[in-house]
Design a protein around this ligand. Structure first.
Ligand code: MF3
Ligand code: CO
Ligand code: CO
Length: 268
């Protein structure tokens, strides 16, 4: 396995792409309300990326081996949809939770980030799932430093999420990212400490746990893209693009309104 180490110039370009991806989420956030369709959210994000940012929506026509070209510019995954939900005529209603996953290309480099949104008034259970998934992503990010391993990241996420009574989706993982959307390594959201590839300064990858309220099993819908939980339980996901620095990590997908790193409760 060869994990590419990014040059100083590559890293500068990845900072720009990462910020732009996060700014698309800042832009769309106030529009994620009851009554809007996921197709309308896709159209607004598309136009913002292309006309305002001068970025390319990476999902549009993306076709990894074995997949048909992805038909839209963002992924919108509602309630029991785990990931890769195709935007369309579905109307968001109060109580829904939706993941919007944005990947932009700027000057040849990719920035990839997603957030959960609660539409109108969501149940306590739905809000708890979104909150714990956010914290799980951050616990993974906080493992990132030279000498740590990919297994350390997966373990931190798994231990916390399963300890909360939730399950981790295993079929999809984080990924190296740069000039290509999906590069090595695969960043699993479960694992054992000290196992897997060792992290080095200059590596860039995503951490994007998908966490289910029920069982971990998933299936693909007939559209060839949308992934749902088999038991129809709610699923949540958050994603950041992260650089390994000399002393730790730098999150590249940041913007003015992106939710900040949670504080750790200290035990007195
Ligand atoms: N953005 C997703 C990820 O985090 C990939 C989406 S592929 C698409 O890796 F084609 F569905 F957009
Ligand atoms: Co990703
Ligand atoms: Co993504």
């Amino acid at each position: 396995m060869t994990i590419q180490l990014k040059s100083y110039e590559d890293i500068a370009a990845m900072r720009v792409a990462g910020r732009l991806a996060s700014e698309v989420l800042d832009f769309i956030a106030p529009h994620v309300r009851p009554g809007i369709t996921t197709g309308e959210l896709d159209r607004m994000c598309h136009d913002y990326m292309v006309d305002v940012q001068g970025t390319i929506p990476a999902p549009l026509n993306y076709a990894p081996p074995g997949y048909s070209p992805y038909p839209k510019s963002i992924c919108a995954s509602v309630n029991h949809q785990v990931c890769h939900g195709i935007p369309g005529a579905r109307v968001l209603k109060s109580g829904d939770i939706v993941n919007l996953d944005i990947t932009v290309i700027k000057d040849g480099f990719h920035g990839d980030t997603s957030r959960m949104f609660c539409v109108g008034e969501s149940s306590i259970a739905a809000r708890r799932l979104c909150d714990i998934t956010f914290r799980a992503m951050w616990l993974g990010i906080e493992q990132v430093k030279p000498g740590a391993t990919l297994g350390d990241i997966g373990h931190a996420i798994q231990r916390y999420a399963e300890g909360c009574g939730f399950s981790i989706v295993r079929e999809f993982c984080g990924h190296g990212i740069g000039r290509r959307f999906h590069e090595e390594p695969q960043v699993l959201h479960y694992g054992r400490p000290g196992t897997g590839e060792r992290l080095e300064p200059g590596m860039i990858f995503t951490i994007e746990p998908m966490i289910n309220a029920g069982k971990r099993d998933v299936r693909e819908l007939g559209d060839g893209w949308t992934i749902v939980t088999r038991d129809h339980s709610l699923s949540a996901q958050w994603e950041h693009t992260v650089l390994v620095t000399e002393s730790g990590f730098e999150v590249l997908t940041v913007s003015e309104q992106c939710p900040v790193q949670p504080a750790h409760e200290s035990v007195a």
